[in-house]
Design a protein around this ligand. Structure first.
Ligand code: ADP
Ligand code: G6P
Length: 753
């Protein structure tokens, strides 16, 4: 049976130890209340923090209780809660994702603990995971979990939902650990957001910061297809829409007074001070309302150990005191403030008796209070003043929508709401209710889970991913076997994208120590020659690889150094690039028009790199550049070549094929030629080789190579395998764990480009 494994920082109940006794109380906040209806203890598990610190033994007394509720507590130490939850989660991510960057502390919370705790959650889930399970990870505290879990369970079906806004890329970029956060979320098969705006922001961040193209709602990442989707969360209607009158006594002002109501977690994103100031302005501008209206603010204390929340609470206390001091009388308290949770029944009672519900967060992922209020109004009466910056505003255009920073407008909206005719109130409420009741929490969860299931069914890459791993292993086996039985070996290797991953700027792709040692071991094997043919200039190649006993070919073959210690020689072509000043002028203009792009000068070539630029801007510029340069260089001995996020102008008549031609001269019969590359310029290398050469293309896309490996990591594995074998002596242990590699697997050969 397929089970649903929910994973969130908080469990639906929070444990508290009071005078040695353990009590469980419902957790506050939209996530816990929204997911409540989704969790069925008989059919799934819910992983989360219990609310207690440390000592797994403390959890033991309640073990049966956790089990009964289908909960799996993940133990956290006090210091871990401090660093992961309070400092990084609520100190850094929470304000930043709500675009309130000035609330971020000077010293950001430590990333390491965030990663460590996310790993613990992933481990806890992996321990329980069965083949058919569906895992649904929630919210900003656990953004690394999808990738960490994926690393342990490649084929798991994982969904991720972000309950808070995803900010504009300019704001998100300020997050320490931003790339790892994005990569973490991309470990899921489906990433869900409350609104289309948040999803667009996420897509822009992935494009800009990870350099990955996003096609509509799809991103190809790590050989998988990740889907994005918009799923506005709904309220748990069963708790609010029941027409039976609430039995609970609710605090309310005398009947002849109109009641405005605010209900929130005590959080600075909720806009409570500005809301109270707007109410004060209403009293100021409409003196006839004094004594006739009350504002009741219910606020449940939240994150009381986070310094920003402590300050915030004091601020509200003072503000309420000041307004009441300025306007209150012995018979009338304008603002009534209740700083504690109220019961579910009381809440329904309040929603039903207030005249105007005021929900004015500065920014809010969704805001369920607005939806609960609407669901509760079985009488189809009551007015809603709602912030434009709450996710719920997208679905409630009938509400009085306000900019919460514009106090005059909020005060006016409160006034308009009080004056609204009963017919108008009913028309608005009826239409909002229909939507809210239909799109409830169950509907939300069902749509997300259905879309998650679809990702499996419609995802060819998911299937290909599994076959790809087998194919990569098969290619490695085939090459190692052929190279092992050959008398000599000639390795012709591209550098960027083949031996090292493509880096944001050319200077950042220097070889690491393990690559240098791998290349040396390979080149020092008997009867083995290694040549590296790159588009890089010769100074860079000399600095990075000059000390190795390998041949080097720079600038796509313009310069060659056939072996260690020999001189660099230049191909017999023009001394300089024709019209290079004009080319330079055109490229410089492109750089000034497209921020993030840069020019790389080589001795007879010029390259324009756009990996770091805004993808849409760069695509438009690329089109313009290609046509301008092709026109400029018509009839000249120069060509314009497009590579991975680079456009290069270079001398024609020389390429990687011509450069390595001398290495083929006089090679002994029975030499195994292995050529590996990932770029358009490597196609010229492949086509210059004899048909029995083992040409290998790295990555996806068309190529004339005979074989394919999926990544730089696979290339390194192959080279490692080769380094362990000598020509004429196949390895004792065939890579991939089988002794007989057998015939080439189906689908291994590629069709010519
Ligand atoms: P958030 O997720 O930021 O907490 P939401 O409005 O989405 O905001 O969800 C808040 C949830 O907490 C709602 O289900 C609401 O009913 C509940 N809640 C808010 N304030 C109180 C309170 N004072 N007492 C009881 N429940 C509350
Ligand atoms: C918001 C967040 C939730 C969080 C809730 C309560 O709804 O999106 O992830 O659980 O607030 O906050 P707390 O820090 O008490 O869990």
């Amino acid at each position: 049976m397929s089970r649903l494994l929910l994973v969130s920082n908080r469990l639906p109940v929070t444990a508290e130890r009071r005078r040695g006794k353990l009590t469980l109380k419902p957790s506050a906040g939209g996530l816990a209340t929204g997911l409540h209806s989704v969790h069925d203890p008989g059919k799934g598990l819910w992983f989360g923090w219990s609310g207690l610190y440390d000592k797994p033994a403390e959890l033991t007394p309640a073990t049966d209780e956790w089990k009964r509720r289908g909960c799996v507590p993940v133990p956290l130490k006090r210091t871990e809660v401090r660093d992961y939850y309070e400092a990084y989660g609520n100190g850094v991510v929470w304000p930043l994702f709500h675009s309130l960057t000035d609330r971020m502390p000077l010293r950001p919370g430590p990333w390491d603990t965030y990663e460590k705790v996310n790993q613990r959650f992933a481990d806890a889930v992996a321990n329980e995971l069965r083949a058919d399970d569906v895992v649904w990870v929630h919210d900003y505290q656990l953004m690394r979990v999808p990738a960490l879990l994926r690393a342990k369970a490649q084929n798991a079906r994982i969904g991720f939902f972000l309950h808070i806004p995803f900010p504009a890329v300019e704001v998100f970029s300020a997050l320490p650990g931003r790339e790892r956060v994005l990569e973490g979320m991309l470990g899921a098969d489906l990433v869900g957001f409350h609104t289309a705006g948040y999803m667009r922001n996420f897509a822009a961040a992935v494009e800009r910061l990870l350099g990955l193209p996003v096609h509509g709602d799809r991103i190809t990442y790590g050989g998988r297809e990740v889907r994005l989707g918009v799923f506005p969360m709904g309220a748990d209607i069963s708790r609010y829409a029941d027409p039976a009158p609430s039995r609970s006594r609710t605090p309310r002002p005398p009947i002849d007074r109109r009641l405005l109501l605010g209900v929130d977690r005590l959080d600075y994103t909720k806009g409570i001070p500005r809301r109270l100031l707007a109410f004060e302005r209403l009293l100021e501008t409409q003196p006839d309302l004094r004594g006739r209206v009350c504002f009741l603010q219910i606020a449940v204390p939240s994150r009381t150990d986070v310094p920003a929340y402590k300050r915030f609470r004091r601020h509200i206390d003072a503000l309420v005191g000041r307004i009441n001091g300025a306007y209150g009388t012995s018979a009338w308290t304008p603002v009534q403030y209740v700083a504690r949770p109220v019961s579910q029944e009381q809440l329904v009672g309040l929603y039903r008796t207030c005249d105007v519900m005021v929900v004015t967060p500065l920014r809010d992922g969704m805001n369920l209070v607005a939806k609960e209020f609407v669901a509760s109004r079985v009488d189809e009466d009551g007015a809603l003043v709602l912030s434009e910056f709450a996710g719920a505003a997208d679905e409630m255009p009938e509400a009085l929508l306000v900019n919460p920073y514009d106090l005059d407008r909020v005060a006016e909206a409160m006034h308009d709401a009080l004056l609204m005719s009963p017919d108008e109130r009913r028309a608005h409420m009826r239409s909002m209710r229909r939507r809210v009741i239909h799109h409830d929490a169950t509907h939300w969860a069902k749509s997300f889970l259905a879309a998650l299931e679809e990702t499996e069914a419609t995802q060819p890459i998911a299937h290909e991913r599994r076959t790809r791993t087998h194919l990569d292993a098969a290619v490695r086996r085939l090459v190692v076997r052929a190279a092992g039985t050959a008398s000599h070996r000639l390795l012709l290797l591209d550098y960027d994208g083949t031996l090292t991953a493509l880096a944001p700027t050319p200077g950042l792709a220097a070889p690491d120590r393990s690559l240098l040692s791998l290349l040396r071991t390979l080149a020092e094997q008997p009867a083995t020659s290694v040549h590296i043919a790159s588009g890089r200039d010769r100074n860079t190649l000399d600095t990075w690889l000059g000390g190795l006993p390998v041949g080097l070919h720079a600038e796509h073959g313009l310069w060659s150094r056939m072996s260690a210690g020999s001189e660099w020689t230049r191909a017999d072509v023009l001394p300089t690039l024709p019209r290079q000043d004009d080319v330079m002028a055109i490229l410089e203009e492109a750089v000034s028009r497209t921020p993030g792009t840069l020019i790389e000068r080589k001795s007879t070539g010029i390259a324009w790199h756009y990996r770091q630029a805004d993808p849409k801007l760069a695509a438009a510029e690329l089109k313009r550049l290609r046509s301008a340069l092709t026109k400029l260089l018509e009839g000249e001995a120069a060509e314009v070549l497009a590579g991975h996020k680079v456009l290069e102008v270079r001398l024609s008549g020389v390429d990687k094929g011509t450069a390595i031609a001398p290495t083929l001269e006089g090679i002994p019969q029975g030499t195994a030629i292995i050529a590996i590359g990932d770029d358009r310029t490597d196609e010229q290398l492949f086509s210059a080789l004899p048909p029995d050469a083992m040409t290998i293309y790295v990555g996806e896309g068309p190529s004339r190579a005979r074989l394919r490996l999926s990544s730089v990591a696979e290339v390194r594995l192959l080279l490692n395998d080769l380094a362990r074998t000598s020509p004429g002596r196949p390895s004792e242990e065939t890579p991939g764990g089988t002794h007989d590699p057998g015939p080439a697997p189906r689908g291994l050969m590629l069709v010519d480009a």
